[in-house]
Write a protein of this length. Structure first.
Length: 309
């Protein structure tokens, strides 16, 4: 289902559900809260900023949010998105599992609907990061990183929620492949630790991707035209391209330094790499658009084949 097809009321309710999902695990609440506060500041120009702040203040509830979702497809979408946020850093813990059960109850999902949602989300978000050796890049890590940056920048141009869910797993696979090229086999947990040191909050990163796409709904409500939506898509592509590029080169630098990189240095380098990547985005914009078009199957829907191999 495309986020762009939703009404502003349903869009708002979905974002509340995703925000509540990001707070479900108390163990990671502090860094996630900081990331989400940053989001609220960045979205000041839209109703989204006020909504995020209401959630942070405890003024929005799961019950009120789910009651605003009308169709069965919207309720299923709410569960898929919340599940993706909770699984961004691995299988849900006990608190997240409790939240997801409460969400299922509020949404009134039956066993078949739950199975459909989990069958869509789990293979993508929880997919192993390992890549067969035969798939390794022969053009060096610079080329590999640019390829992944173009891919994730293209994913931001697609309206489907599965496209947004796929960005973080794609970035993790890239980090794995870079480590493998240096003779280091990282598992999912090690990659998560590396991203955390670099200041990449996994749950909040996925949530931010959903929020950016949802801003198209507020743009239509406020402006009554598509210009805001197009601008949001382009902005999202720039930010995701830059983040992927920066993560990739930071990982490559980390291995070239013998696995030594402190938190302050990592975050400073990540910021400078993002700035460089934002400038590169324009020169690769035609490739990003072409890649987005290629990710569509013959019937116009999003194809996962290029992402999970």
């Amino acid at each position: 289902m495309n986020i762009s097809d939703l009404s502003p009321e349903s869009t708002e309710a979905l974002l509340v559900v995703c925000l509540l999902a990001s707070f479900a695990d108390g163990a990671k609440s502090s860094p996630e809260h900081e990331e989400i506060r940053r989001m609220a500041a960045e979205f000041e120009i839209d109703d989204a900023g006020a909504l995020i702040r209401r959630v942070l203040k405890g003024q929005e509830s799961l019950e009120s949010a789910t009651s605003r979702l009308g169709s069965a497809r919207e309720r299923l979408l709410a569960y898929e998105m919340a599940l993706a946020v909770c699984e961004a850093d691995g299988p849900p813990g006990s608190e997240e599992s409790t939240f997801l059960k409460s969400l299922r109850d509020h949404l009134g999902l039956d066993a078949e609907q739950i199975h459909i949602a989990e069958a869509e989300v789990n293979p993508l978000v929880l997919a192993p990061v390992e890549t067969p050796a035969s798939a390794q890049s022969t053009s060096g890590n610079g080329g590999l990183i640019l390829k992944y940056a173009i891919l994730t920048g293209a994913l931001e141009l697609l309206p489907e929620t599965l496209a947004t869910m796929s960005i973080l797993p794609v970035q993790m696979k890239m980090v794995y492949r870079i480590g493998d090229s240096h003779g280091t086999r990282w598992n999912r947990s090690r990659i998560q630790e590396f991203l955390t040191v670099a200041g990449i909050g996994m749950g909040s990163q996925m949530l931010e991707g959903f929020a950016r796409k949802m801003l198209g709904g507020w743009g239509r409500k406020l402006a009554g035209k598509s210009a805001g939506k197009i601008a949001n898509q382009a902005t999202g592509s720039i930010l995701t391209f830059a983040t992927t590029y920066a993560i990739g080169h930071l990982a490559d630098h980390y291995h070239r330094q013998g696995g030594r990189l402190d938190q302050a240095s990592a975050r400073e380098l990540l910021a400078s790499l993002k700035e460089k990547a934002r400038e590169l985005h324009a020169s690769h914009w035609p490739e990003i658009q072409a890649k987005a078009a290629s990710l569509k199957s013959s019937n116009g829907s999003f194809s996962l084949g290029d992402l999970i191999r």
